[in-house]
Design a protein around this ligand. Structure first.
Ligand code: ADP
Ligand code: MG
Length: 246
């Protein structure tokens, strides 16, 4: 579903991603772990074209972004890839002046040009799935952080993406609200959604992932099954990192 080939990304002099190679198979759940500043967010942002790569090639759901393409070809590929990816950030980024339902239907109406009835039906199905149908007519400010993030997940799912990308989806939440968001993500995993999840929730990563990718300083230091990675990390970097989480 995703193939990253020799991806590099610099911000001026700072090389943030160094020759990343990574494959994610259809239906696979891959967690990306690593210390702050290691390039995890930049990697996700390159994956859906929010950040322009410096060099390399990304293939996602059959669409290719290549640093050798013309700007025009690249822009076209990024548009295609955006349609195939749902992204959920640490900050929920809901539209404050739109209701929960309107937040979920927005992209369906504006980007996909769905008829209103169809968009509403889809949104209601998704809100039901994340347990928030009864909140469809309220504004985001009336919801807890956990509820807002579940709406953000419903919104990202609305366009039926081939891949879901999560960037620390629970890091901004009070501890007692983390579980309800992880439960929704876990359910998606069980349904076979292809997902890349940046997280600091180690137990969750161990439980939900098919594979764990450990990054530090812009490179993939090791990747393994969660069982192997958590019980028997191969590199000193990973051992040191895991110690911090007890
Ligand atoms: P992580 O998500 O693993 O914490 P990031 O991908 O956010 O790491 O950042 C990796 C490095 O890139 C950091 O040193 C960060 O300061 C730098 N960085 C991220 N975004 C930008 C930007 N827009 N401009 C300059 N430097 C950036
Ligand atoms: Mg980050």
């Amino acid at each position: 579903m995703i193939q990253i080939h020799d991806l590099s990304k610099s911000f001026q002099e700072l090389e943030v991603l160094k020759n990343i190679n990574l494959q994610v198979y259809a239906g696979e759940v891959v967690s990306i772990l690593g210390p702050s500043g290691s390039g995890k967010s930049t990697l996700l942002r390159c994956l859906n074209g929010l950040e322009e790569m410096t060099s390399g090639r990304i293939e996602l759901a059959g669409h290719v972004i290549d640093s050798g393409q013309s700007k025009k070809e690249q822009a076209k590929a990024i548009r295609q890839i955006r349609l195939q990816t749902g992204m959920v950030f640490q900050q929920f980024n809901l539209y404050p002046h739109k209701t929960v339902l309107e937040n979920v239907t927005e992209a369906l109406l504006v980007v996909r040009k769905w008829p209103k009835a169809k968009a509403v039906e889809k949104a209601e199905t998704l809100l039901d799935r994340v347990g928030l149908l009864q909140k469809k007519d309220v504004y985001p400010s009336r919801l807890s952080g956990g509820q807002q993030q579940r709406v953000a997940i419903a919104r990202a799912l609305a366009a039926e993406p081939a891949v879901m990308l999560f960037d620390e989806p629970t890091s901004a939440l009070d501890p007692e609200l983390v579980g309800e968001v992880l439960a929704v993500i876990k359910e998606l995993a069980n349904e076979g959604m292809t997902m890349v999840i940046v997280t600091h929730e180690m137990e969750f990563a161990e439980e939900v992932s098919d594979r764990v990718v450990f990054m530090a300083d812009g490179i993939i230091v090791e990747q393994d099954s969660p069982k192997e990675f958590f019980n028997n990390p191969k590199t000193e970097r990973a051992q040191k990192f895991l110690k911090k989480f007890g």
